[in-house]
Design a protein around this ligand. Structure first.
Ligand SMILES: *Cc1c(COP(=O)(O)O)cnc(C)c1O
Length: 347
């Protein structure tokens, strides 16, 4: 979900943006007024995440999935070895794409079932990797790293699609962070890439120009027409985050929300979450019903109670509550009350 306040603001100025008599969607991306929106969004993101000045912020298209290819194309020479940690669906997808360009080495995994993040002591890196890639939060299974892997001098690349802006991170620990916008930044359509300056400028010759990190950085992410509406909406979300107090406050809120929900699941005899306690996601809380025959009854009762989108990803089934930044604590309280009521009604 998006913050209600943000949707209301977008609605209020949809037809007449900043007194221009036009919608923001009708303004040229080269217009001075839009350039200001774009620059403000970047500076708000830099402030919220305390992004050091030797990092570039790129506003791209193609989603996180395009980055599965664009990261190896931009960050590795032909024949390179790259290390990947596999903790679930998205890590796996990233590895499959990287294997088209590089020699992919598995540096660690969840050990069969995707229900834990491996501890640092289990990670085995290559001597000569161009980078190490991992997925801090696996959206589908709800598995989150409770730490940032240490990779020494080798750049760490993180697919932060479902955890960016959910709590403070030390950007300097990463060589590159990428995230599709649609979970915690704004509407779909845009991908944010935060990359250390020395890592750009080494793209493979065949890299499409519009996907070359150096060219994008040199052109303020306006090599071609950007996703102006998503960029504008992301800007509104970033302002909302700043007003709420930034990522420290957001992190506390998110911890409170997730613990309420895990406590309700753990206290019940009907629901079960099988993720290791040190790897439980703050953003995506997965659970199954011990009696899977009740799944569809549960889902329709939830919709009747106003609780939408609880069906788990089609690849794993079960249930998933995605409680991204915009989900208020009251939304989680409503869900925990529903979980209790539904369980009681089965008795
Ligand atoms: C949703 C998601 C993706 C896919 O994002 P697209 O923008 O649809 O390509 C990739 N990685 C993670 C961790 C995700 O949560």
């Amino acid at each position: 979900m998006l913050p209600l306040e943000v949707l209301e603001k977008a609605r209020d100025e949809l037809l007449d943006w900043q007194g221009s008599g036009s919608s923001v969607m009708e303004i040229s991306h080269r217009d001075k007024s839009f350039l200001e929106v774009a620059a403000q969004a970047e500076s708000d993101l830099r402030e919220l995440m305390a992004i050091p000045s030797n990092y570039k912020v790129l506003f791209m298209q193609g989603g996180a999935s395009a980055q599965f290819s664009l990261v190896p194309m931009n960050l590795s020479a032909p024949g390179s070895v790259v290390d990947y940690i596999n903790t679930g669906h998205w890590s796996q997808r990233a590895m499959v794409e990287a294997a088209r360009y590089c020699d992919v080495h598995l540096a660690g995994d969840s050990g069969g079932s995707y229900n834990r993040a491996p501890p640092q002591s289990e990670l085995r890196f290559s001597d000569n990797a161009a980078y190490v890639h991992y997925t801090p939060n696996e959206t589908i299974s709800g598995v989150e790293f409770g730490y940032v892997p240490g990779t020494g001098a080798v750049p760490l690349v993180a697919d932060m699609s479902s955890s960016i802006l959910s709590r403070p991170v030390e950007v300097a620990n990463f060589g590159l962070i990428y995230a599709g916008a649609q979970k915690n930044i704004g509407p779909s359509g845009m991908t944010v890439v935060i990359v250390r300056e020395d890592l750009i400028g080494h793209a493979r010759a065949e890299t499409p120009h519009v996907f070359n990190f150096l060219a994008i950085a040199e052109n303020q992410s306006m090599l071609n027409t950007p996703t102006t509406f998503s960029w504008y909406m992301a800007g509104l979300v970033l302002k909302w985050l700043k007003k709420l107090g930034g990522l420290r406050v957001m992190g506390e809120r998110n911890r409170t929300k997730a613990s309420l929900l895990y406590a309700a699941i753990d206290a019940s005899r009907l629901y079960n979450n099988n993720v290791a306690s040190d790897s439980r996601s703050l953003m995506n809380v997965t659970f199954t019903l011990r009696n899977a025959n009740l799944d569809s009854v549960f889902l329709s009762a939830a919709v009747k109670a106003g609780l939408q989108g609880l069906k788990g990803h089609r690849s794993v089934g079960g249930m998933r509550a995605s409680i991204y930044n915009a989900m208020p604590i009251e939304g989680v309280e409503k869900l925990t009350a529903f979980l209790r009521d539904f369980e009681d009604a089965q008795a």
